[in-house]
Design a protein around this ligand. Structure first.
Ligand code: AMP
Ligand code: MG
Length: 338
Protein backbone atom coordinates (compact mmCIF):
# COMPACT_ATOMS: atom_id res chain seq x y z
CA UNK A 1 0.00 0.00 0.00
CA UNK A 2 2.80 2.33 1.04
CA UNK A 3 4.63 1.57 -2.23
CA UNK A 4 1.55 2.23 -4.36
CA UNK A 5 1.14 5.55 -2.56
CA UNK A 6 4.79 6.43 -3.17
CA UNK A 7 4.49 5.58 -6.88
CA UNK A 8 1.28 7.56 -7.17
CA UNK A 9 2.83 10.58 -5.45
CA UNK A 10 5.87 10.42 -7.73
CA UNK A 11 3.56 10.25 -10.74
CA UNK A 12 1.51 13.20 -9.53
CA UNK A 13 4.67 15.19 -8.88
CA UNK A 14 5.92 14.38 -12.39
CA UNK A 15 2.56 15.37 -13.87
CA UNK A 16 2.50 18.66 -12.02
CA UNK A 17 6.07 19.38 -13.12
CA UNK A 18 4.97 18.74 -16.71
CA UNK A 19 2.05 21.09 -16.24
CA UNK A 20 4.38 23.75 -14.86
CA UNK A 21 6.75 23.28 -17.79
CA UNK A 22 3.90 23.70 -20.26
CA UNK A 23 2.81 26.90 -18.54
CA UNK A 24 6.19 28.63 -18.87
CA UNK A 25 5.65 32.04 -20.40
CA UNK A 26 7.34 32.72 -23.68
CA UNK A 27 7.68 36.31 -24.70
CA UNK A 28 8.92 38.46 -27.54
CA UNK A 29 9.30 42.13 -28.31
CA UNK A 30 9.25 43.93 -31.64
CA UNK A 31 9.50 47.53 -32.77
CA UNK A 32 7.05 47.96 -35.63
CA UNK A 33 4.29 50.35 -36.74
CA UNK A 34 6.21 53.07 -34.90
CA UNK A 35 5.75 51.49 -31.49
CA UNK A 36 7.08 48.86 -29.12
CA UNK A 37 5.11 45.63 -29.24
CA UNK A 38 5.12 42.96 -26.54
CA UNK A 39 3.87 39.41 -26.95
CA UNK A 40 3.41 36.76 -24.29
CA UNK A 41 2.06 33.25 -24.73
CA UNK A 42 1.73 30.12 -22.60
CA UNK A 43 1.54 26.48 -23.54
CA UNK A 44 2.97 24.19 -26.16
CA UNK A 45 2.12 26.35 -29.19
CA UNK A 46 3.62 29.48 -27.62
CA UNK A 47 6.88 29.48 -29.59
CA UNK A 48 5.06 29.16 -32.92
CA UNK A 49 2.49 31.80 -31.92
CA UNK A 50 5.21 34.31 -31.14
CA UNK A 51 7.16 33.80 -34.34
CA UNK A 52 4.00 33.72 -36.47
CA UNK A 53 2.76 36.90 -34.77
CA UNK A 54 5.98 38.77 -35.44
CA UNK A 55 5.91 37.71 -39.09
CA UNK A 56 2.28 38.82 -39.35
CA UNK A 57 3.05 42.28 -37.94
CA UNK A 58 5.86 42.74 -40.45
CA UNK A 59 3.55 41.63 -43.28
CA UNK A 60 0.83 44.06 -42.17
CA UNK A 61 3.24 46.95 -41.81
CA UNK A 62 4.41 46.38 -45.41
CA UNK A 63 0.80 46.28 -46.56
CA UNK A 64 -0.67 49.18 -44.58
CA UNK A 65 2.02 51.75 -43.84
CA UNK A 66 1.75 54.95 -45.82
CA UNK A 67 5.48 55.56 -45.36
CA UNK A 68 6.44 52.31 -47.09
CA UNK A 69 6.95 52.82 -50.82
CA UNK A 70 5.49 49.46 -51.77
CA UNK A 71 2.43 49.41 -49.49
CA UNK A 72 -1.12 49.22 -50.77
CA UNK A 73 -1.86 52.49 -48.96
CA UNK A 74 0.98 54.31 -50.74
CA UNK A 75 -0.42 53.00 -54.04
CA UNK A 76 -3.90 54.30 -53.21
CA UNK A 77 -2.54 57.68 -52.12
CA UNK A 78 -0.30 58.03 -55.17
CA UNK A 79 -3.27 57.36 -57.45
CA UNK A 80 -5.76 59.64 -55.68
CA UNK A 81 -8.50 60.69 -58.10
CA UNK A 82 -8.25 57.49 -60.15
CA UNK A 83 -9.73 54.06 -59.43
CA UNK A 84 -7.12 51.78 -57.89
CA UNK A 85 -7.30 48.02 -57.57
CA UNK A 86 -6.25 46.87 -54.10
CA UNK A 87 -5.59 43.68 -52.22
CA UNK A 88 -8.85 42.12 -50.89
CA UNK A 89 -7.66 42.33 -47.28
CA UNK A 90 -6.94 46.06 -47.63
CA UNK A 91 -10.32 46.63 -49.28
CA UNK A 92 -12.03 44.90 -46.39
CA UNK A 93 -10.13 46.99 -43.81
CA UNK A 94 -11.00 50.17 -45.73
CA UNK A 95 -14.63 49.09 -45.70
CA UNK A 96 -14.49 48.80 -41.89
CA UNK A 97 -12.71 52.15 -41.62
CA UNK A 98 -15.44 53.82 -43.69
CA UNK A 99 -18.15 52.18 -41.61
CA UNK A 100 -16.57 53.47 -38.37
CA UNK A 101 -16.15 56.94 -39.91
CA UNK A 102 -19.85 57.05 -40.74
CA UNK A 103 -20.80 55.64 -37.33
CA UNK A 104 -18.82 58.36 -35.54
CA UNK A 105 -19.95 61.21 -37.84
CA UNK A 106 -16.43 61.58 -39.16
CA UNK A 107 -14.66 61.92 -35.78
CA UNK A 108 -12.68 58.98 -37.10
CA UNK A 109 -11.65 59.91 -40.64
CA UNK A 110 -8.74 58.31 -42.49
CA UNK A 111 -8.54 61.31 -44.86
CA UNK A 112 -6.91 63.41 -42.11
CA UNK A 113 -3.62 62.01 -43.47
CA UNK A 114 -2.27 65.27 -45.00
CA UNK A 115 -2.96 67.10 -41.73
CA UNK A 116 -1.23 64.44 -39.65
CA UNK A 117 1.76 64.91 -41.98
CA UNK A 118 1.63 68.72 -41.78
CA UNK A 119 2.07 68.50 -37.98
CA UNK A 120 5.08 66.24 -38.50
CA UNK A 121 3.55 63.17 -36.89
CA UNK A 122 4.71 61.20 -39.92
CA UNK A 123 8.49 61.34 -39.97
CA UNK A 124 8.89 63.22 -36.68
CA UNK A 125 9.62 66.65 -38.14
CA UNK A 126 7.25 68.35 -35.69
CA UNK A 127 5.89 71.82 -36.47
CA UNK A 128 2.77 73.92 -35.95
CA UNK A 129 1.18 74.53 -39.38
CA UNK A 130 -0.28 77.98 -40.08
CA UNK A 131 -4.06 78.40 -40.07
CA UNK A 132 -3.83 79.15 -43.80
CA UNK A 133 -2.03 75.89 -44.48
CA UNK A 134 -4.58 73.98 -42.39
CA UNK A 135 -7.50 75.64 -44.16
CA UNK A 136 -6.05 74.52 -47.49
CA UNK A 137 -5.57 70.95 -46.27
CA UNK A 138 -9.00 70.75 -44.63
CA UNK A 139 -10.62 71.10 -48.07
CA UNK A 140 -9.46 67.58 -48.88
CA UNK A 141 -10.59 65.99 -45.61
CA UNK A 142 -13.79 64.00 -45.91
CA UNK A 143 -14.18 60.20 -45.96
CA UNK A 144 -17.43 60.70 -47.93
CA UNK A 145 -15.38 61.40 -51.06
CA UNK A 146 -13.84 57.92 -50.99
CA UNK A 147 -15.59 55.33 -53.11
CA UNK A 148 -15.07 51.65 -52.56
CA UNK A 149 -16.55 49.12 -54.89
CA UNK A 150 -15.38 45.56 -54.32
CA UNK A 151 -11.63 45.83 -54.40
CA UNK A 152 -11.54 49.12 -56.33
CA UNK A 153 -10.94 52.22 -54.26
CA UNK A 154 -10.99 55.79 -55.48
CA UNK A 155 -9.91 58.70 -53.33
CA UNK A 156 -11.03 62.21 -54.15
CA UNK A 157 -8.34 64.14 -56.07
CA UNK A 158 -5.90 65.60 -53.55
CA UNK A 159 -6.88 63.18 -50.80
CA UNK A 160 -4.70 60.69 -48.98
CA UNK A 161 -5.45 58.17 -46.27
CA UNK A 162 -3.76 57.09 -43.05
CA UNK A 163 -4.70 53.86 -41.28
CA UNK A 164 -2.63 54.74 -38.18
CA UNK A 165 -5.77 54.97 -36.05
CA UNK A 166 -6.89 51.43 -36.84
CA UNK A 167 -3.90 49.37 -38.05
CA UNK A 168 -2.66 48.17 -34.66
CA UNK A 169 -6.19 47.16 -33.70
CA UNK A 170 -6.51 45.19 -36.93
CA UNK A 171 -3.10 43.62 -36.24
CA UNK A 172 -4.34 42.53 -32.80
CA UNK A 173 -7.38 40.87 -34.41
CA UNK A 174 -5.04 38.99 -36.73
CA UNK A 175 -2.86 37.88 -33.82
CA UNK A 176 -5.91 36.53 -32.02
CA UNK A 177 -6.47 34.31 -35.07
CA UNK A 178 -2.82 33.21 -35.04
CA UNK A 179 -2.82 32.34 -31.32
CA UNK A 180 -5.93 30.20 -31.88
CA UNK A 181 -4.35 28.50 -34.92
CA UNK A 182 -1.23 27.69 -32.91
CA UNK A 183 -3.29 26.32 -30.03
CA UNK A 184 -2.50 29.07 -27.52
CA UNK A 185 -5.32 29.60 -25.03
CA UNK A 186 -3.51 31.91 -22.59
CA UNK A 187 -1.43 34.95 -23.40
CA UNK A 188 -1.45 38.65 -24.00
CA UNK A 189 -0.14 41.24 -26.40
CA UNK A 190 0.41 44.96 -26.20
CA UNK A 191 0.89 46.83 -29.47
CA UNK A 192 1.45 50.38 -28.28
CA UNK A 193 -1.87 51.30 -26.68
CA UNK A 194 -3.55 48.17 -28.05
CA UNK A 195 -3.86 45.31 -25.58
CA UNK A 196 -5.43 41.94 -26.26
CA UNK A 197 -5.73 39.30 -23.56
CA UNK A 198 -6.19 35.70 -24.63
CA UNK A 199 -8.20 33.50 -22.27
CA UNK A 200 -7.27 33.79 -18.64
CA UNK A 201 -3.88 33.69 -16.93
CA UNK A 202 -2.48 30.17 -16.54
CA UNK A 203 -3.58 30.22 -12.87
CA UNK A 204 -7.19 30.68 -14.02
CA UNK A 205 -7.57 34.31 -12.96
CA UNK A 206 -8.31 37.27 -15.19
CA UNK A 207 -5.56 39.34 -16.77
CA UNK A 208 -5.03 42.72 -15.13
CA UNK A 209 -4.73 45.62 -17.54
CA UNK A 210 -3.77 49.00 -16.09
CA UNK A 211 -5.29 52.19 -17.48
CA UNK A 212 -2.48 54.73 -17.40
CA UNK A 213 -2.84 58.13 -15.74
CA UNK A 214 -2.52 60.45 -18.76
CA UNK A 215 -0.77 63.00 -16.56
CA UNK A 216 1.76 60.66 -14.97
CA UNK A 217 3.47 57.86 -16.89
CA UNK A 218 4.36 56.06 -13.66
CA UNK A 219 0.80 55.96 -12.31
CA UNK A 220 -2.50 54.50 -13.34
CA UNK A 221 -6.12 55.51 -12.78
CA UNK A 222 -7.36 51.94 -12.39
CA UNK A 223 -6.99 48.31 -13.34
CA UNK A 224 -9.30 46.28 -15.54
CA UNK A 225 -9.68 42.54 -14.91
CA UNK A 226 -10.25 40.98 -18.32
CA UNK A 227 -10.26 37.73 -20.22
CA UNK A 228 -10.62 37.29 -23.99
CA UNK A 229 -10.90 41.01 -24.63
CA UNK A 230 -9.31 43.89 -26.46
CA UNK A 231 -8.52 47.03 -24.45
CA UNK A 232 -7.41 49.88 -26.69
CA UNK A 233 -6.35 53.28 -25.40
CA UNK A 234 -5.98 56.55 -27.28
CA UNK A 235 -4.34 59.27 -25.24
CA UNK A 236 -2.91 62.72 -25.68
CA UNK A 237 0.21 61.52 -23.84
CA UNK A 238 1.07 58.80 -26.35
CA UNK A 239 2.63 60.98 -29.05
CA UNK A 240 3.15 64.71 -28.83
CA UNK A 241 5.59 67.58 -28.98
CA UNK A 242 5.84 70.88 -27.14
CA UNK A 243 6.44 74.23 -28.80
CA UNK A 244 6.39 77.62 -27.06
CA UNK A 245 5.05 75.99 -23.92
CA UNK A 246 2.10 74.34 -25.64
CA UNK A 247 1.81 70.59 -26.19
CA UNK A 248 0.37 69.25 -29.43
CA UNK A 249 -0.68 65.60 -29.71
CA UNK A 250 -1.31 63.24 -32.62
CA UNK A 251 -5.10 62.79 -32.58
CA UNK A 252 -6.51 65.30 -35.02
CA UNK A 253 -9.98 66.78 -34.98
CA UNK A 254 -10.98 66.46 -38.67
CA UNK A 255 -13.18 69.57 -38.40
CA UNK A 256 -10.44 71.94 -37.19
CA UNK A 257 -7.18 70.32 -38.32
CA UNK A 258 -5.87 70.81 -34.79
CA UNK A 259 -5.09 68.19 -32.17
CA UNK A 260 -8.48 67.39 -30.62
CA UNK A 261 -9.25 69.37 -27.49
CA UNK A 262 -12.38 67.62 -26.33
CA UNK A 263 -11.72 67.67 -22.60
CA UNK A 264 -10.65 64.02 -22.65
CA UNK A 265 -7.09 62.98 -21.92
CA UNK A 266 -7.59 59.31 -22.69
CA UNK A 267 -10.20 56.89 -23.97
CA UNK A 268 -9.97 53.14 -23.42
CA UNK A 269 -12.35 50.91 -25.35
CA UNK A 270 -12.99 47.34 -24.18
CA UNK A 271 -14.62 45.01 -26.71
CA UNK A 272 -14.34 41.72 -28.57
CA UNK A 273 -13.11 43.32 -31.81
CA UNK A 274 -9.68 44.98 -31.95
CA UNK A 275 -10.22 46.92 -35.20
CA UNK A 276 -13.44 48.47 -33.95
CA UNK A 277 -11.92 49.24 -30.54
CA UNK A 278 -9.02 51.05 -32.18
CA UNK A 279 -11.25 53.14 -34.46
CA UNK A 280 -13.56 54.06 -31.57
CA UNK A 281 -10.75 54.96 -29.15
CA UNK A 282 -9.49 57.51 -31.68
CA UNK A 283 -12.97 58.72 -32.64
CA UNK A 284 -14.34 59.11 -29.12
CA UNK A 285 -11.20 60.93 -28.02
CA UNK A 286 -12.05 63.48 -30.74
CA UNK A 287 -15.79 63.47 -29.98
CA UNK A 288 -15.46 64.19 -26.25
CA UNK A 289 -17.25 62.96 -23.15
CA UNK A 290 -20.89 63.77 -23.93
CA UNK A 291 -20.90 62.44 -27.48
CA UNK A 292 -18.90 59.38 -26.40
CA UNK A 293 -21.48 58.58 -23.73
CA UNK A 294 -24.45 59.00 -26.06
CA UNK A 295 -22.71 56.89 -28.69
CA UNK A 296 -22.19 54.16 -26.09
CA UNK A 297 -25.79 54.49 -24.87
CA UNK A 298 -27.11 54.17 -28.43
CA UNK A 299 -26.12 50.50 -28.16
CA UNK A 300 -25.37 50.29 -31.90
CA UNK A 301 -21.99 48.71 -31.17
CA UNK A 302 -21.08 46.32 -28.41
CA UNK A 303 -18.29 47.89 -26.35
CA UNK A 304 -17.49 49.44 -22.98
CA UNK A 305 -15.14 52.27 -22.17
CA UNK A 306 -13.11 54.17 -19.60
CA UNK A 307 -12.95 57.92 -20.20
CA UNK A 308 -10.39 60.08 -18.40
CA UNK A 309 -11.10 63.82 -18.47
CA UNK A 310 -8.80 66.80 -18.14
CA UNK A 311 -10.77 67.86 -15.04
CA UNK A 312 -9.74 64.61 -13.33
CA UNK A 313 -12.78 62.43 -13.71
CA UNK A 314 -12.74 58.75 -14.60
CA UNK A 315 -15.97 57.52 -16.17
CA UNK A 316 -16.49 53.78 -16.52
CA UNK A 317 -19.45 52.28 -18.40
CA UNK A 318 -21.61 49.82 -16.51
CA UNK A 319 -20.63 46.76 -18.58
CA UNK A 320 -17.11 46.78 -17.12
CA UNK A 321 -17.62 48.72 -13.88
CA UNK A 322 -17.48 45.47 -11.90
CA UNK A 323 -14.13 44.63 -13.50
CA UNK A 324 -12.58 48.04 -12.83
CA UNK A 325 -10.54 48.62 -9.69
CA UNK A 326 -9.94 52.28 -8.82
CA UNK A 327 -6.44 53.43 -7.98
CA UNK A 328 -6.67 54.62 -4.39
CA UNK A 329 -5.34 58.12 -3.80
CA UNK A 330 -5.11 58.87 -7.54
CA UNK A 331 -6.80 62.25 -7.12
CA UNK A 332 -9.46 61.31 -9.69
CA UNK A 333 -13.22 61.28 -9.09
CA UNK A 334 -14.84 58.06 -10.30
CA UNK A 335 -18.28 57.61 -11.81
CA UNK A 336 -20.15 54.70 -13.38
CA UNK A 337 -22.07 55.48 -16.56
CA UNK A 338 -25.29 53.55 -17.08
P1 AMP B 1 -4.70 56.17 -32.15
O1 AMP B 1 -3.38 56.19 -31.47
O2 AMP B 1 -5.25 54.82 -32.42
O3 AMP B 1 -5.71 57.05 -31.49
O4 AMP B 1 -4.49 56.75 -33.61
C1 AMP B 1 -3.87 57.96 -33.84
C2 AMP B 1 -3.27 57.92 -35.21
O5 AMP B 1 -4.34 57.86 -36.17
C3 AMP B 1 -2.47 59.17 -35.53
O6 AMP B 1 -1.10 58.97 -35.29
C4 AMP B 1 -2.78 59.37 -37.01
O7 AMP B 1 -1.94 58.55 -37.79
C5 AMP B 1 -4.20 58.88 -37.15
N1 AMP B 1 -5.24 59.87 -36.84
C6 AMP B 1 -5.15 61.02 -36.12
N2 AMP B 1 -6.34 61.62 -35.99
C7 AMP B 1 -7.24 60.82 -36.63
C8 AMP B 1 -8.65 60.88 -36.86
N3 AMP B 1 -9.41 61.86 -36.37
N4 AMP B 1 -9.21 59.88 -37.58
C9 AMP B 1 -8.47 58.87 -38.09
N5 AMP B 1 -7.15 58.74 -37.89
C10 AMP B 1 -6.53 59.70 -37.17
MG1 MG C 1 -7.18 54.12 -32.57
Amino acid sequence: MKRIFAVLSALLLALSLCACGAEQAQDAQLFAMDTIMDFEAYGTGAGDALSDSKAEIIRLEKLLSRTKESSEITKINDQAGTPTEVDAEVASLLKSALEYSAATNGAYDITVAPIVSAWGFIGGDYRVPSQEELNGLLKDVGYGRITLSGTTVTLGAGQSVDLGGIAKGYASDRIAVIYAKDGVTSGMISLGGNVWVCGKKPDGTDWRVAVQDPNDSSAYVGILSLSDAFAVTSGAYQRNFTQDGKTYHHIIDPTTGYPAESGLTSVTIVAKNGTMSDAFSTALFVAGKDKAISFWRSGKYDFDMVLVTSDKQVLVTSGIAGQFEKAEGSGYAYETIG
